[in-house]
Design a protein around this ligand. Structure first.
Ligand code: NAP
Length: 293
């Protein structure tokens, strides 16, 4: 049976670290502050917002909320981002994504209005450049960084290891492939057109699933000794819970099959997702520390 990589444990360790850093900042007259920008009332955004606000309270980070209607124009959102970029009391800004349609189409242009040093969830081109070059003012997307926090916390070495990353989105897979490469892993970045996914997975030492496809990684695609991180959060309305209620989240792995073989695995829920908001706080603390320099 695989070792369970608990996101709760990692999130609590992060919380402790950030609380200490926030207290030091406050002693120097800086209150680390995050502002969340939400356009509309998507259920997923509301749930993530709740978890961020709770994490901020536990981490000594002040958190504010700015709301725009789902119908907001690109100009309205850009104006707000310009305002937050100029506000010296704000150190970090997170824009809930995906944005509503008319804004999503303009996302790249809109994100230019956010100062890269406040881009704590890696949505600007400057943050992407930081991930590629290892230099600059931006931050990696929190979910991608959360995977590294999980590996670090459990002492899983990347250097010289083969990593299979399944999913090539700009939010998770692609930045993660670059972050793992920077850690000297040899990365295969897989996507919906990848052939021989099973072979690639079996050859890897570390498998990271971020395809959003329940049931994608089965027991015959893994071997002993591997670490599996499952980033995906797939909602299944028909899933039966222990209390008899219906509806819940699963990852991309067939957990009951994969856990029998591999060395270590993160569960869904309670795995990488739990760490993401802790990483956000870490980025805000880092942005506030940089503002002192
Ligand atoms: P996305 O933008 O839809 O990207 C999915 C990626 O998976 C694409 O690159 C797609 O390939 C690839 N893919 C789809 N089917 C595949 C298959 N059968 N085999 C191999 N690759 C396949 O999704 P995302 O935003 O990256 O999110 C991925 C998952 O992570 C979702 O379940 C989401 O809920 C979860 N997530 C979790 C967190 C967290 O904090 N835990 C944060 C963000 C996202 P193509 O490029 O070829 O289409």
């Amino acid at each position: 049976m695989a070792k369970l990589l608990s996101g709760k444990e990692v999130a609590e360790a992060l919380e402790k670290e950030i609380s200490g850093r926030s207290a030091l900042l406050r002693e120097q007259g800086i209150v680390p502050k995050l502002v969340l920008v939400r356009c509309g009332e998507r259920e997923e955004d509301l749930a993530y917002e709740k978890s961020i606000l709770r994490q901020a309270r536990h981490s000594g980070i002040e958190a504010g909320l700015r709301l725009l209607p789902e119908t907001a124009s690109p100009e309205e959102l850009k104006k707000l981002l310009n305002e937050l970029s100029a506000d010296r009391t704000v150190h970090g800004c997170l824009i809930f994504r995906p944005l509503p349609g008319q804004l999503a189409a303009e996302q790249r242009e809109i994100c230019k209005a956010l100062a890269p040093e406040k881009d704590v969830d890696g949505c600007t081109a400057a943050s992407a450049a930081t991930i590629y070059t290892g230099e600059g003012a931006g931050f990696p997307p929190c979910t991608a960084q959360a995977c590294l926090e999980m590996l670090d916390h459990y002492g899983i070495e990347c250097r010289g290891k083969r990593a299979a990353v399944i999913g090539r989105s700009l939010v998770v897979g692609r930045p993660l492939a670059m972050l793992l490469t920077a850690r000297d892993a040899t990365v295969t970045l897989c996507h919906s057109r990848t052939e021989g996914l099973g072979d690639i997975c079996r050859q890897a030492d570390i498998i990271i699933c971020a395809a959003g496809r329940p049931g994608l990684v089965t027991g015959d695609m893994v071997r002993p000794g591997q670490t599996v991180l499952d980033v995906s959060m797939n909602f299944l309305p028909e899933l039966k819970n222990a209390d008899g209620s219906l509806g819940g989240f699963v990852g991309d792995t067939v957990f009951r099959e994969v856990e029998k073989t591999v060395e270590a695995i993160s569960p869904v829920p309670g795995g990488v997702g739990r760490v993401t908001s802790g990483v956000l706080m870490k980025h805000v603390a880092a942005a506030a520390e940089r503002s002192l320099k």
